[in-house]
Design a protein. Structure first.
Length: 316
């Protein structure tokens, strides 16, 4: 049975949204499949209010594999570049699903944002998405950024499964000799694909994202169960997190992924990696893209963007 909603933990709009989902949760992801989930997400993206105007928006291929990407530049000035990796259980999500969030991020921070359209499961299981993200980060850090007029350091940011990809890309780049991003921003990230942390049980249903939907996404991306505790899949299981970039880790109170994100922040700190960590009270998974639904979610997103702006200010 889902936990009761405490109105003091979120605004009325978010509480109403959660209650609506509880009343009519719809079929689980495993009963619908990736194609239908993607169609539904495209329909939602079409009716969502557009994001703020940005001076320059361009779709372009990046890296050796010609991965699709979208560049947002709020101004022609040179400075840091945020490589953004969208969430979506490794199976859905694309440039459109996070277009509004990337526009808000670029405008709020005054920094160029490169959103990466990496390959998705089940058509392209692990490690395809990691390969694409590493390729995009290398392109941005070595010579690609300067080719589009951005010469500053590269920062990687991801939400949900995109946070997982950001963490995995940092680990791989560290182990392969770089180039490491200057920082990593992980927003309610997947870090334990075995789904063993307590919040996967405590928050398993009734808060919009269900643990079963997460499990389905894991199954699509990493079909072999024996591989899911491997550090190249689940960064929480890495034996050594030393030498990784400074991190911002943001989690949400009412999220099945809360505890694995909190645990990863703690592990980074134990490895002497500078970490700014906050668990957003009263928030649910996905709040970064719920700003048009809930003022509280919009405010939580603004706090994330403020964290990013503060971090990027150190590199200007």
């Amino acid at each position: 049975m889902a936990e009761p909603i405490d109105p003091s933990l979120a605004d009325a709009e978010l509480a109403a949204f959660v209650e609506t989902v509880r009343q009519d949760p719809g079929p689980p992801a495993r009963a619908v499949g990736a194609a239908e989930l993607r169609r539904a997400q495209r329909l939602r993206a079409e009716v969502r209010p557009p994001g703020p105007e940005i001076a320059h928006v361009e779709d372009l291929p990046v890296g050796r594999g010609a991965v699709g990407a979208r560049l947002y530049r709020p101004s022609p000035t040179r400075g840091p570049l945020v490589v953004f990796l969208h969430g979506g259980m490794w199976t859905i999500g694309d440039l459109e699903s996070h277009d509004r969030a990337c526009r808000r991020l670029a405008l709020r921070t005054g920094t160029a944002v490169l959103s990466v359209d990496f390959r998705r499961a089940p058509e392209h299981p692990w490690p395809a998405a990691v390969d694409d993200c590493v390729d995009a980060i290398r392109w941005a850090a070595v010579d690609g950024g300067s080719s589009v007029g951005i010469a500053g350091p590269t920062v990687v940011m991801g939400d949900s499964s995109g946070g997982n990809l950001a963490a995995l890309a940092c680990l791989r780049l560290r182990d392969e000799g770089g180039p490491l991003p200057a920082a990593q921003i992980l927003v309610y990230p997947n870090t334990d694909l075995t789904l063993s942390c307590p919040s996967t049980r405590l928050k398993d249903t009734g808060w919009a994202l269900t643990t079963d939907d997460v499990a389905w996404g894991v199954e699509q991306w990493v079909p072999d169960p024996s591989r899911r505790a491997d550090p190249s899949v689940s960064p929480l299981y890495a034996s050594d997190l030393g030498g990784l970039p400074p991190a911002v880790v943001i989690t949400a109170e009412h999220d099945p992924l809360r505890d694995e994100g909190n645990a990863y922040a703690a592990r980074l700190a134990e490895a002497d990696v500078p970490v700014r960590h906050r668990c957003e009270a009263g928030m649910i998974h996905g709040f970064l893209t719920l700003d048009t639904l809930s003022p509280a979610a919009a405010a939580a997103g603004e706090r994330v963007f403020a964290d990013v702006a503060d971090l990027l200010g150190r590199f200007r």
